[in-house]
Write a protein that binds this ligand. Structure first.
Ligand code: B12
Ligand code: SF4
Length: 499
């Protein structure tokens, strides 16, 4: 589809200005908001692409300002009064989103909320904002704006999964300067529906790919040299998906944009050498792969059937990717029902064995809208449940559930063992040396490893404070395990609240 490169160019009739603020709320537990403290922090913040996508759908009579509180939190009272505020939120940002909404609503400004949390917890959001948009906003945003103009905002607008040629290029011009990475989306949807993940519930089972020409044009409009491809799986799973991905890579090579990018992919990327060669030539510097669990029981539990393909040799797969000078970051989940004591060491050992360059281990976290949420709710195993305040802990870096074989404190300890083993100074240096020797993006490997090491101590402190706050006498915040658990049928050690 031919989208205008300048939104204004398509609407020369722009007359009265109406002011729209689009806001990405911070989460103090993961946010930085300290770009002035260190320029390196630019490498640790990522643009809120959903808001830039929304801006692209906004007619030109609206004057748009995008505020990313992860970069800095404005003094909203000192800003000109907007006519409408749009707030986005992952679950971990929800309570901050509600605070922002309250600030503007007190001034009589209507507030619309959209994004993953508003979609999965629409009733909760509806009590705190004027209007909720669920799902993909493309089909409804113009109507929301028109209704807002007329003072006729409806409480709920249900978006829908659209065809990808209906996605205009995001307004990258609106958030420039502070970020090391630009970002772009080329596909939506995932057929795999892993138990802990909200992507299938939100974007659907059907893997939808944007037209190659649209992607290349948008890529070219991004000013940053480094780009995050936000797709949940850039390469896809079927033969048709892979064919289109190759087509995209060839087009990027031909466009010769001089950019390097990183993306999330599934492990099947390693099975196609042509795909890997094209990816590398098209600028792929690193891939992020969800390994999820070092055990077959764990993979079955989360439903990641894809990683269970018989005979899959993860170490060989990782090596095949790295041979193309592409870094591999891997993520694992800790706290599965099938995990047993010693899981921290086991994950670190698997990560070492696979030979990945960066490891990201996260606590099993029931996010609203997932199968895991439904299961743990039914079993009375949502531990941090003082909502909306507790949503800020749903960053996957706090043990917010009741775990089968671990108390919260035990699980935190497993996490510390895992991180300290993988990110010990000697292991870190060995990895960075390896990437230098093989000329596999040594600078990125160094920055990423040091950044993880640096974050570990703060993460540990946050986690310990969290566990302490939950276990102090009288805190009363930790729900007891459900009746099944209390009777010990699932083998929980004396309740998940015990330190
Ligand atoms: C890129 C990304 C990130 C980036 C963040 C970039 C950013 N600032 O937005 C990084 C890497 C930092 C990140 C971190 C995390 N992420 Co993340 N991330 C994604 C990912 C892969 C893509 C998001 C994206 O840009 N999509 C493209 C845009 C165009 O789509 P969109 O945001 O959905 O926006 C559309 C609609 O939602 C809607 N919309 C959005 N906002 C608004 C606002 C209004 C007013 C309206 C009307 C509409 C609207 O309109 C847009 C167009 O249709 C999603 C998965 C996904 N498919 O969305 C996971 C996802 C959002 N992340 C997730 C998670 C769990 C996390 C972490 C907690 C995990 C972790 N510890 O690493 C952290 C949270 C950090 C924090 N601040 O708390 C979950 C969130 C689930 C939930 N209920 O919260 C998701 C859904 C993935 C999953 N597996 O389930 N993430
Ligand atoms: S974790 Fe990855 S593979 Fe699994 S459903 Fe989510 S996006 Fe798909």
């Amino acid at each position: 589809m031919d989208w205008p490169t300048q939104p204004e160019a398509a609407h020369p009739e722009r007359t009265t200005t109406i002011r729209l603020y689009l806001i990405n709320p911070r989460n103090a537990l993961v946010g930085l908001a300290d770009l002035d403290g260190s320029r390196w922090n630019r490498y640790r913040i990522w643009k809120p692409l959903g808001l830039l996508a929304l801006a692209a759908l906004t007619p030109p009579e609206w004057e748009i300002s995008v505020f990313d509180e992860n970069v800095r939190t404005p003094d909203y009272a000192s800003l000109p009064r907007p006519d409408l505020v749009g707030v986005t939120a992952f679950t971990s940002q929800a309570n901050r989103a509600y605070r922002i909404a309250a600030v503007f609503r007190d001034r009589g400004v209507p507030v619309v909320m959209g994004g993953i949390h508003a979609t999965m917890c629409a009733d909760e959001a509806a009590g705190r904002v004027d209007s909720v948009v669920t799902g993909e906003a493309e089909p409804v945003w113009a109507q929301v704006l028109e209704d807002a103009r007329q003072g006729l905002l409806r409480p709920l607008y249900a978006g829908a999964q659209i065809e990808m040629d209906q996605v205009p290029p995001a307004r990258h011009d609106l958030l420039a300067g502070d970020y090391a990475f630009g970002s772009i989306q080329t596909t939506r949807g995932c057929p795999l529906n892993c138990s802990f993940c909200s992507v299938t519930a939100f974007n659907g089972y059907r893997y939808r790919q944007r037209p190659v020409a649209d992607v290349v044009r948008e890529f070219a409009a991004i000013q940053e040299k480094l780009v995050l491809v936000v797709d949940d799986n850039l390469v896809g799973t079927s033969r048709e998906h892979l064919a289109r991905t190759k087509e995209l890579f060839r087009a990027l090579i031909q466009a010769n944009l001089g950019k390097q990018w990183i993306a999330q992919v599934t492990i099947n990327i390693a099975d196609d050498d042509e795909l890997l060669a094209l990816a590398a030539q098209a600028g792929c510097a690193g891939v992020f792969i969800g390994f999820e669990s070092p055990t077959a029981a764990g993979l079955r539990e989360v439903g990641k059937k894809f990683n269970l393909v018989r005979g899959r040799d993860f170490a060989a797969s990782v090596r095949r990717i790295q041979r193309h000078r592409i870094l591999v970051a891997g993520s694992f989940i800790m706290g599965l029902d099938s995990d047993e004591p010693g899981i921290g060491r086991r994950i670190a050992a698997a990560a070492e064995d696979y030979g990945i360059d960066i490891l990201n281990t996260l606590f099993l976290t029931p996010l609203p809208g997932t199968r895991l949420w439904d299961d743990l709710t039914a079993q009375g195993r949502i531990a941090a449940d003082r909502f909306p305040e507790d949503w800020k802990h749903y960053t996957l870096t706090f043990p917010v559930a009741c775990y089968r074989h671990f108390s919260c404190a035990e699980l935190v300890q497993e996490m510390e063992v895992c991180d300290q083993t993988f990110y010990s100074l000697s292991n870190t240096l060995r990895r960075v040396w390896g990437s230098l020797w093989h000329r596999r993006k040594p600078l990125i490997a160094l920055v990423a490893n040091l950044s993880y090491r640096r974050n570990l101590s703060q993460g540990r402190k946050n986690c310990r404070d969290f566990v302490l706050s939950r276990t102090q006498p009288g805190a009363g915040l930790m729900v007891s395990p459900g009746p099944e658990f209390a009777s010990g049928t699932h083998g929980l050690p004396s309740g998940c609240a015990s330190p």
